[in-house]
Design a protein around this ligand. Structure first.
Ligand SMILES: Nc1nc2c(ncn2[C@@H]2O[C@H](COP(=O)(O)OP(=O)(O)OP(=O)(O)O)[C@@H](O)[C@H]2O)c(=O)[nH]1
Ligand SMILES: [Mg+2]
Length: 202
């Protein structure tokens, strides 16, 4: 997969408007990025697309509150940046709004092909990460796990941490792609996976 162009399309504050407006009009495959707040979702999108200013990143958790859509290669597929979960300062009302937004998206997005679930390699997966995988199993949505911020650990530490993530999530270690937006580790693997997802027959 070669990403030649990437551009911001639109943000949605509600999954209802999103599903009504987009899914019916535009049948493009969607690839979505989820994970805890601050895990590096927006940075992942920037690194993978090769456009460092595409998705807004921030050191303040809970920055992305909307469903943000990005067009890749003028209509090849749509990359979807979802707001992060587990934002410590979120109120009950905000958490409920998140549940409605994300739940609505997963239930209704008929063009969703694959989800990249991001976890910070240094932090053992939380209950919310496990719930997210539960959601994906429930709806039968294929996913890959990306372990972010590997540049913060030594090679040996990263190998051990990857195993912790695998054990906690009950998936094979090889199903976890170690990734860093700083060193670009894992970028080629993600691009190769995108090709497999979008063109499984090739
Ligand atoms: N060292 C390092 N820092 C990273 C990496 N990826 C992201 N960060 C930093 O982590 C912080 C959060 O990154 P974002 O990409 O904004 O995270 P997010 O998951 O989109 O956050 P929300 O939108 O709030 O849910 C920023 O300060 C980034 O610079 C990485 O691979 N390595
Ligand atoms: Mg973000």
């Amino acid at each position: 997969m070669l990403i030649k162009s990437a551009k911001f399309i639109k943000s949605y504050a509600s999954s209802n408007t999103y599903v009504n407006e987009l899914d019916t009009e535009n049948g493009l495959p969607e690839i979505c990025v989820v994970g805890r707040s601050n895990v590096g979702k927006s940075s992942f999108i920037n690194t993978v697309s090769g456009i460092s200013s595409l998705a807004r990143t921030s050191s303040t958790p809970g920055r992305t509150r909307l469903i943000n859509l990005f067009d890749i290669n003028n209509g090849e597929f749509t990359l979807v940046d979802l707001p992060g979960y587990g934002f410590a300062k979120a109120s009950k009302g905000e958490r409920d709004a998140w549940d409605r937004l994300i739940g609505g998206y997963f239930e209704n997005s008929s063009n969703l092909k694959h989800v990249f679930v991001l976890v910070d390699i240094r932090i053992p997966p939380t209950v919310l990460d496990k719930q997210m995988l539960g959601y994906l199993y429930h709806f039968g949505i294929p996913f890959s796990v990306i372990a972010t911020k590997t540049d913060k650990l030594s090679k040996a530490q990263a190998a051990r941490a990857r195993q912790v993530v695998a054990t906690e999530l009950k998936i094979g270690k090889d199903n976890i792609i170690p990734f860093s937006s700083q060193t670009k580790q894992g970028k080629d693997e993600v691009l190769a996976r995108l090709t497999q997802i979008l063109y499984p027959e090739v």
